[in-house]
Design a protein. Structure first.
Ligand code: NAG
Ligand code: NAG
Length: 466
């Protein structure tokens, strides 16, 4: 996914790494279930925390902004270390400022555009917490992860994303002395895009080379890399799930070549996306030829909530085995719906790809060969590398629009100038112009997504047909 340029349209809000005291930080409660067998689950009292990048950052001694518009205050922030010492991130008013609410127990709603005292907030990203100061970490090997998703109010161009990132459990608090805020304030983000729009990385402000891109965001010299497992990237008309392994096995700051930009695309730490290809190894039913599977009124009917099950199968059926495949089921109206398969069904079968409905190294190899994509997924270690990272992942829930390529890689055709009839180019039925941020923010400010009933446990323990 192209998350690097996600904008925070937020006039005066920013971040630092001390802790501010203007707003008390109170994490919205989002309990989850942990299951050993169907019907045999216990509840865990988890909560969510807003990412640090969205927060107001001001000098520790008052109300002066450390960052405004898309610029750092040069007095408070002459360099990254000084800035981290001078600046504090503050508590968040989740509902009022960011449109993050819990409409019922175990449900989280993320509003796309929220009007507030500072103007408006666009999109958000939260992490699941085990306690007030630690993220909830998951070992996904030989396990399944399930949740209900309501994308009925999420049109083309938007992405309601649920994924796992290999972040530090404490947000980097203990590894980086400049970080005094930690997981309690949503620090330490990383993903396989090695995003450079993150204002504080490794306990230092990313002021070096910082340039505004658009809106209130910018990009600095450093990026923050780690493996990412995209469980769910979706809207009403498209969905994909995608492993993105990295060469590194914990949150790691990149600088230059190892961020994997431009011509260094295939020298980076991670299997990231670039602006011309979708990397990682994605399974998108529409892209895989079954165009009537996912959408309003289709086999998986997106006008209603749907249960999404993702299973991580190891070679020896144990929690310490090597990751072999990633499977997907849907449950809707009491029926278990297997993921779509690359077979002749009325839509075309894609030649050269086996009739499977899950992700494995073989699937990735065949898909990339037929679609003409570089198999960097294999270069950085493929399923085995992804599996190593799956042992300690942090859960991310978000909604965003795409300032780089209008979400065309998910729900339209991409590269935009490629022949849409060429296998792999068409990913969804959306108009490529629908996802332009200006358009989608104006046309659908009231868009939102609801995630609920998060369950985690043994294979086949979190869902049943009724
Ligand atoms: C920058 O920060 C300093 C304090 O560190 C403050 O005196 C000054 O007013 C700030 N500048 C702006 C433009 O906010
Ligand atoms: C889980 O259920 C599927 C489908 O019913 C079955 O094929 C598979 O063997 C089951 N796996 C385990 C570990 O029980």
């Amino acid at each position: 996914m192209f998350r690097a340029l996600t904008a925070l349209s937020f006039a005066s809000l920013v971040l630092g790494q001390q802790v501010g005291t203007n707003t008390v930080e109170k994490h919205p409660s989002l309990p989850i279930s942990v299951c050993t067998a169907p019907g045999s689950c216990t509840t865990e009292a988890t909560s969510v925390v807003l990412d640090a990048n969205w927060r107001w950052t001001h000098v520790t001694t008052g109300y002066t902004n450390c960052y405004e518009g898309s610029k750092w205050n040069a007095t408070a922030c002459p360099d990254g270390k000084t800035c981290a010492a001078n600046c504090a991130i503050d508590g968040a008013d989740y509902a009022k400022t960011y449109g993050i609410t819990t409409p019922s127990s175990g449900a989280l709603q993320l509003q796309f555009v929220t009007k507030n005292d500072n103007g408006q907030n666009v999109g958000s990203r939260v992490y699941l917490m085990a306690s007030d100061t630690k993220y909830r970490t998951f070992n996904l090997l030989n396990k399944e992860f399930t949740l209900d998703v309501d994308t009925s109010k999420l049109p083309c161009g938007l992405n309601g994303a649920v994924y796992f990132s290999e972040m530090d459990e404490d947000g980097g608090l203990s590894r980086f002395e400049g970080n005094k805020a930690g997981a309690k304030y949503g620090t330490g983000y990383c993903d396989s895009q090695c995003p450079q729009d993150i204002k504080f990385i490794n306990g230092e402000a990313n002021v070096d080379g910082w340039g505004g891109s658009d809106g209130n965001s910018g990009v600095g010299k450093y990026g923050t890399c780690c493996a990412e497992m995209d469980i769910w990237e979706a809207n009403l008309d498209a969905t994909a799930y995608t492993p993105h392994p990295c060469k590194v096995t914990e949150q790691t700051r990149c600088d230059g070549t190892d961020c994997g930009n431009g011509d260094d695309r295939y020298a980076g730490m991670c299997d990231k996306d670039i602006l011309t290809k979708l990397d990682g190894c994605d399974f998108n039913s529409y892209r895989m030829g079954v165009q009537d599977f996912y959408g309003t009124g289709m086999t998986v009917d997106t006008s209603k909530p749907v249960t999404v099950v993702t299973q991580f199968i190891t070679d020896d059926g144990t929690d310490t085995g090597t990751l072999k495949s990633i499977h997907r089921f849907y449950v809707q109206n009491g029926k278990v719906i297997p993921n779509s398969e690359n077979v002749l069904t009325g839509t075309a079968k894609i030649e050269g790809i086996d009739a499977v409905n899950h992700i494995s190294d073989d699937f990735c190899k065949q898909q990339k060969s037929v679609f003409g994509d570089n198999n960097y997924f294999a270069t950085v270690g493929g399923m085995a590398a992804m599996g190593k990272s799956l042992e300690k992942m942090v859960l991310v829930l978000s909604v965003w629009d795409d300032h780089a390529v209008s979400m065309n890689w998910l729900d339209s055709h991409f590269p935009t100038d490629a022949d849409p009839t060429k296998p792999g180019v068409t990913r969804g039925r959306c108009d490529p112009a629908a996802g332009l941020p200006e358009t989608v923010e104006k046309a659908h400010p009231d868009a939102s997504v609801i995630y609920s009933n998060i369950k985690f446990g043994a294979i086949n323990s979190t869902f049943t047909a009724s």
